[in-house]
Design a protein around this ligand. Structure first.
Ligand SMILES: *Cc1c(COP(=O)(O)O)cnc(C)c1O
Length: 363
């Protein structure tokens, strides 16, 4: 068996080659070129969002969102995420205040935020973990009552609905990562979806050194521009995305069918639909996780501890906040192989192996 944890999706090569030929003919390689403009338009339509800005990666997308919204001081966030959620705050000289997660959805539990914590903070930074939308209604309500801005690290939440809307429609800003390993990608890339037009226009200048139409640096900016060759890849992947999404959703449904009652599975938002981005399972203990992942690897099945450690346990991120649930889940969670090339038979083989290994441990 040979099942990697992930494998980037590559679109039809001839289609990408045709895009590259057009780029050669135009000799317009970056600075808001035709491919970037086309991808922005197509993503805006596909996702049903309003103000979408493409950038060079999902990390700088978060940093730009904080800067454009003028976030300062403490930010209430989840410890159960990828490093970039907390590191971008620290990089922007903001203070992550970690709030614990819900034990079944793995998302930030807004009911745990104290009045004192809310009073000291300027924003909530939620993460739609593994694509599962946060309780966006409760977070909105709490933010409004406490005059907090809301930002979502929506790196996993491409094509993840809440009711009849995209999860990306929630928050003052939501950010995407379009990294090669993500559900939808442009090799490297990212996007920010803003609620408000003025903030979007400000961020659009910030992406290009803060320049206005006369090349005057109106804001402190950065270089976060997406290039034409990256946008061209995005256009080609988007062209095939419906098949990718449907197939991955089928794979996840099969995983869930075979593993329900065997391991703990993530509880999804009641008004959502699993977008097939990740396949996390929670094991009874960290020791069992280590045994299971090592034995799976011997059989050619790669897994990944995702997310470990809990970000509230990382000295470099300040360790502000008591988060027993996140600390516990992060020690026991494992992601199983999930990629577009994987087949239903592959999922069955992986589930067989996992079920057998777990039963051996119980003897
Ligand atoms: C991938 C990821 C990022 C970072 O995105 P890049 O495009 O790799 O910079 C941020 N947050 C989360 C939750 C991610 O999974």
């Amino acid at each position: 068996m040979n099942y990697p944890i992930n494998k980037p999706f590559l679109p039809n090569f001839a289609a990408y080659q045709a895009q590259l030929e057009s780029i050669y003919q135009r000799n317009w390689l970056t600075n808001n070129g035709p491919c970037v403009q086309a991808l922005e338009q197509q993503l805006t339509d596909y996702l049903g969002v309003e103000y979408l800005l493409l950038v060079s990666n999902g990390t700088v997308a978060l940093q730009l969102a904080y800067a454009a919204l003028g976030i300062q001081g403490a930010v209430l966030t989840t410890p159960f995420s990828f490093a970039a959620t907390a590191s971008t705050l620290c990089w922007e000289k903001l203070t992550p205040q970690f709030i614990d997660i819900d034990a079944s959805t793995y998302n930030l539990d807004v009911s745990l935020i104290t009045a004192e914590q809310a009073a000291k903070a300027s924003a909530i930074l939620g993460v739609h973990v593994f694509g599962n939308p946060c309780d966006v209604i409760a977070i909105d309500e709490f933010a409004e009552q406490n005059q907090l801005k809301v930002i979502y690290d929506a790196a996993h939440a491409f094509a993840s609905p809440v009711g009849d809307k995209s999860a990306l429609c929630f928050g003052d800003a939501a950010t995407l990562s379009l990294h090669a390993t993500k559900l939808f990608h442009s090799v490297e890339g990212g996007a920010i979806i803003f609620k408000d037009k003025a903030t979007y226009l400000k961020a659009k200048q910030m992406v290009n050194f803060g320049f206005d139409a006369e090349q005057f640096p109106e804001y402190v900016g950065i270089n976060a521009k997406m290039s034409e060759v990256h946008a061209a890849m995005g256009l080609c992947v988007l062209n095939e995305f419906e098949q990718v999404l449907t197939h991955r959703q089928t794979l996840v449904q099969e995983y869930q069918r075979l593993l329900s009652g065997v391991v703990q599975l993530q509880q999804w938002h009641a008004d959502g639909l699993n977008n097939g981005a990740y396949m996390p399972v929670v094991l009874p203990s960290e020791m069992e996780l280590q045994r299971v992942s090592a034995t799976l690897l011997e059989r050619g099945i790669q897994t990944r501890r995702y997310f470990y450690p809990s970000l509230s346990q990382v000295p470099a991120y300040g360790q502000c906040g008591v988060t027993p649930v996140a600390n516990d889940i992060s020690k026991r969670i494992l992601c199983l192989p999930l990629y577009t090339d994987l087949t239903l038979d592959g999922v069955r083989e992986i589930c067989d192996a996992l079920t057998t290994i777990l039963a051996e441990g119980n003897r």
